[in-house]
Design a binder for this molecule. Structure first.
Ligand code: PLP
Length: 286
């Protein structure tokens, strides 16, 4: 579930400009080992970016909230940039995000400057031209409203709910948690003969909107504040669904299992990309 630092080291060549690690990643909520990655980047004199988009306003608060944490920020020698999504656990409206640099010398590479344009000397902080003032104001208002104590409190509640869900999953012998989640996201898989997608379909029937993962097959939950009061109920539904599927095999092989089973068996994944493109095309039809 974590990036394999040895493989990264082998993949570096003279075209490599940076390494990237997650704190945390989307599928499994796992953090990469940023310290050895940063050491590697520094040794090759290249950038080291930490994707803290989903970690955003939770991972930096883990320690103060009393949870286990991992090193991920500029205190690690070699980390050169960190991204952080205000629009996720920062609770700002979608469309705002933050990129931070360890040194301003790197920042200037994000600017777009065109000195000879007939429309004037063009200079923009990023590749995008027009920037939405309303989103920036909305982001500012959300952050002022939450404050440090607000984020500390939401970290305690949300990560607490993730721990509850994790303990529930771990108490069901047919299921197991993928990797070592440290923040708000958890994923879990099933042992044969139980198909995890069938578990997902039956949870969906009970009103739980759980997203499927692939490679390996699993279910994913991005725990939010809405999950906090429902974590216990979810665990009890999960337990019932697994028991029902074990008791009655005719309930198995639902639609998600078929879709992901077919997708996994196709050697040429470009076909799946084509079907997905066709699906988006359909959305554009009136
Ligand atoms: C959300 C997210 C991003 C950025 O996605 P946007 O939708 O463009 O904000 C990057 N990395 C991870 C792990 C994320 O969850």
């Amino acid at each position: 579930m974590k990036v394999d630092v040895k493989s990264v080291a082998r993949a570096i060549n003279r075209n490599t400009i940076m390494l990237v690690g997650s704190a945390i990643n989307f599928p499994h909520g796992v953090a990469d080992d940023i310290t050895p990655l940063a050491t590697l980047a520094k040794r090759h004199d290249i950038g080291m970016h930490v994707d803290c988009c989903l970690g955003s306003f939770v991972v930096p608060f883990l320690e103060r909230a009393g949870f286990r944490t991992v090193p991920f920020d500029f205190r690690i020698d070699g980390v050169t940039s960190i991204s952080c999504d205000t629009h996720k656990y920062g609770f700002a409206p979608k469309g705002s995000s933050v990129i931070m640099y360890e040194h301003k010398d790197i920042r200037k590479y994000q600017y777009f400057v065109r000195a000879d344009w007939p429309g004037g000397i063009y200079a923009s902080p990023g590749i995008a031209g027009s920037r939405p003032g309303a989103l920036i104001a909305g982001c500012w208002a959300a952050m002022i409203n939450m404050g440090e104590n607000g984020y500390l409190d939401t970290t305690k509640q949300i990560v607490g709910a993730r721990q509850k869900i994790q303990a529930g999953v771990e108490s069901i012998p047919d299921l197991y948690v993928n990797g070592d989640p440290i923040s708000t996201v958890i994923s879990f898989s099933s042992r044969d003969p139980l198909n995890i997608y069938d578990v997902g379909d039956h949870l969906n029937k009970r009103g739980w909107n759980i997203s499927p993962l692939q490679n390996p097959p699993a279910l994913h939950i991005s725990v939010t504040l809405l999950w906090v009061p429902s974590a216990d109920e979810f665990v009890s539904d999960l337990r019932e669904v697994v028991a029902a599927l074990n008791a009655d095999p005719s309930l198995r092989q639902g639609k998600s299992a078929a879709i992901y089973g077919t997708a996994a068996s196709l050697p040429d994944k470009s076909l799946i990309a084509e079907i997905a493109t066709g699906y988006i095309d359909l959305l554009y039809k009136a």
